[in-house]
Structures are given as C-alpha cells and as structure tokens.
Design a protein. Structure first.
Length: 334
C-alpha cells in the first residue's frame, strides 16, 4: 500500500463507509463493489470495506428497504479511508451537523483521508474538514452549500476534487469516478482499469470534467465525434491537429469543436492531452521504457514536455510516478 494512510500492521487498507438514515443504496453499493474488486494480480484483495453508522442497527434508506449495520463509529478508528455518502433526508443540506454524526466523526484517526459522495460534502463542510480547501457537491445543491459555507471554495462544474487527504465528489455516478481515482492513486492505472473493466464503467473520467453535460456521451458508433476519437486513440504517438480530427467527421473545425464539447464535456485538446497522459502512465507502470521513449510513444515528443504535463495534471514527475508504482528508481537526469 502506497497511500500513506494505511495503518501499520494491517494487511489491507480499511475503507469505512459512514451511513446515516436515508442513505442511498446505490452510493453504498458502489463503494463496496469498486473497492471490493480491487485485487492484486494474484487475486488477493487490496481493501477491506466496512459499513458503520453513528448508531448501529437498522438504518432506513431512501428506498423501500432498510439495511442492517453491525458496526458503530469505533470502526472509523481503524480506517485509512472514510467515505461519507449522501442521504435524501430533508435536513441533508441545512448546513448543520447532528450530535451523533459529530461524535462519530471524532473517531476518525489522524492521517486518515476522508471523502464524500454527492451531498455528503455538507457533512465534511459542517465538520470543518473543508475549511481552506476546494470542494464540490451535486450541482442542484450548490446554492445551499454556498449560503451555509461561503468560506469554502466551491467548484460546481467538476466531477470530483482531490485535496490530498480530503476529497469530494458530485452526484452518485461521480462517486464511481472518485473511487476509481482513489484506487488509481493507491495502486496505479492498471489496477483501476481492471476494476473499471469488471464493472463495465469508463476507466477514467478526469475530475475536472464538466459535472453536467447537456446530453449523455453516446456510444462511439452513434456519436458525431466518436469516429474521430477512435482514430486519435490509434495515433497517440504522433502529432494530431484539430483540423485532422474534424476531417474524420467531415465537419468544420468550429462545428466539430462545439459537438465534441457537447458530447464529452471537454475540448478536443483537453481530451487528447488526458488520453496521452493515461497512455504514458500505463507505459511507466508496465514497461521498462525510458522516460524519453514513453514521451515519444504517448505523443509528447520529449521527456521535458511529458514532465511538464504530468506535473500540471497529476502533480508528479514521470520518475516519481514510476518509483511509486513500480518500486524502481530512474537515472538522476530524469
């Protein structure tokens, strides 16, 4: 485990999910499924996921069935990661922290990372965990969040925000992106991709991608820009211009750019850069290629360009990234 939040002596990183009355079953289930599918190449589990509540017992959900929670807040004391999903309770966005939830949060040990899904961000904000940080929440709850917590920098247009030891995500589906991001942070792209493949979800949606897109991203076969994206993915090792992408769809550059953003929530340049970064990360994890060769194969041209883009997007150099996920050092000139 490389996250730094692993409790010494534990074989697996414990993820504790703190549920409250009115919890959304989908959010609870996706955490268990995604972290539960994260396994080593030898099929050994990488995480232990436990569900706890401020007061254990029967917990009402927002569906027509309850859940039985065996663990109380003391389960948080052993957790390296604490996740707070949303509820559909009327007081979810009133900006206050109930006594039982406040007492439960006091059990979180120093050094653990804390994350929220959807309006679970209101809990972290009310607890003071988002003071001085950026955060996000569901776009429909933005006015309430800003009214209650004007001192917190809220970004309503992204899928999730990673502030190191505190993370927030937007709506329910963004919780999938957040969990995959945490798995990727802990164990690398290959492990996160295996989890995504098993659950049949996109392996990576950048946290800065638009939270609300006017219409869902269609399959490549029916997308007006899907053919261009598929064409580009086969040619990441070479320069690709916006004109070339537009030509694949027989569109003007202006029309192609507008439709591309409508369908993906990103500009063509943003999307292409992210695909190149993802390809470079995979090569750094799974091959012995030099940084310069990785840069060339991913379409960045030079090692200096790759270093610049990796630092800008994920905050580390290629050398540091490889050392983290492969346990090997690189020459000093990297």
């Amino acid at each position: 485990m490389r996250t730094g939040s692993q409790r010494p002596g534990r074989d697996r990183h414990r993820v504790a999910v703190l549920v409250r009355p009115g919890v959304m079953p989908m959010e609870l289930g996706l955490v268990h499924q995604l972290f539960g599918y994260a396994r080593t190449p030898a099929d050994e589990p990488l995480y232990e996921v436990v569900t706890c509540a401020p007061e254990p017992g029967t917990i009402r959900t927002d569906a027509d069935f309850p859940i039985q929670v065996a663990h109380g807040p003391r389960a948080l004391e052993e957790a390296g990661t604490v996740l707070v999903p949303a509820t559909h309770e009327p007081d979810e966005t009133d900006g206050r922290l109930s006594g039982p939830v406040a007492r439960a949060l006091s059990h979180i040990r120093p050094g653990a990372r804390v994350a929220s899904i959807c309006t679970g961000a209101f809990v972290l904000a009310a607890a003071g965990l988002l003071d001085g940080r950026r955060a996000t929440t569901h776009w429909r709850s933005v006015p309430e969040f800003r009214a209650h917590f004007p001192h917190i920098t809220l970004d309503p247009d992204v899928l999730y925000v990673d502030e190191g030891d505190v993370l927030t995500s937007a709506g329910e589906a963004s919780g999938i992106d957040l969990c995959l991001h945490l798995i990727r942070r802990d164990h690398g792209t290959a492990t996160a991709n295996r989890v995504a493949r098993r659950t049949v979800v996109p392996p990576h949606r950048d946290g800065g991608q638009a939270q609300y897109i006017p219409r869902p991203v269609p399959p490549e076969q029916s997308s007006s820009t899907g053919r261009a994206r598929a064409w580009a993915l086969r040619r990441l090792d070479r320069p690709i211009t916006l004109s070339e992408l537009a030509e694949q769809e027989a569109m003007s550059v202006r029309t192609f750019s507008r439709r591309f953003r409508e369908e993906t929530g990103q500009t063509p340049v943003q999307w292409l850069t992210r695909q190149r970064i993802d390809h470079a990360r995979q090569l750094l994890e799974e091959t012995e290629l030099s940084v310069d060769r990785v840069a060339a194969d991913a379409g960045f041209g030079t090692g200096a360009s790759l270093r610049q883009h990796m630092r800008a997007l994920i905050g580390v150099s290629p050398r540091a990234y490889r050392r983290t996920f492969r346990g090997r050092d690189e020459p000093a000139y990297d």
